[in-house]
Design a protein around this ligand. Sequence first.
Ligand code: DC
Length: 224
Amino acid sequence: MIVVAIDGPSGVGKSTVGKALAAKLGVPYLDTGAMYRAVGLLARRHGVPLPIPDPGRVGELADGCEVRVTGSGPDTRTILDGEDVSEEIRQPEISLYASAVAAIPRVRRRLAARQREMALASGGVLEGRDIGTKVVPEATAKFFLTARPEVRARRRFEELARKGTPQDLGTVEAEMAARDEADSTRADSPLAFDETYAVVDTSDLGAEEIAEKLRGLVLAREAG
Ligand code: DC
């Protein structure tokens, strides 16, 4: 069974590359960030402010909800308690909520267990921040994607414009830096990689090219 971990900060092309790689390998693709976003959305709907004053309350909300990620390729949907929230979770405000709820150990425990279950049931390409370090340390292959900061900000800026929620480039850069800082310095499962990862800089390559390169590496690992 093939399990691939793709970790890295936002704007490095994890989703595009991950979906293309999953299609090439014929395994499901799982965007774990979407699950944190769904819990972030739930917290906002319950009127929880930022910064989160009562993490216990958000832990309860996470334990009491059902988050599913269904479909494959471009048709991936995120379902929160039966409701399709795929578009709503991409709003910039929900990015901040997602990062905030992702720092709560009880939320992480719940979502990581679910992610691990899905990976071990059918294999897959899992994309996130802690996939190879915590969720499936035994993955067939682990990749940490990076890109130059200006490239990441530009990609995110274009993605938001395309999705109808444009933000100016300065705001995108500032929010990205704040989220990177929060995701990399939290106590529980910070964004990190170790010697078991292959680090790939995506600044100057197309998604298809990267996915093809990763496919070769995964198959070599699987055979070896
Ligand atoms: O990849 P993304 O931007 O959709 O992720 C949203 C937030 O969720 C991000 O700020 C970090 C967090 N996250 C995490 O802590 N662990 C994961 N496996 C995936 C995402």
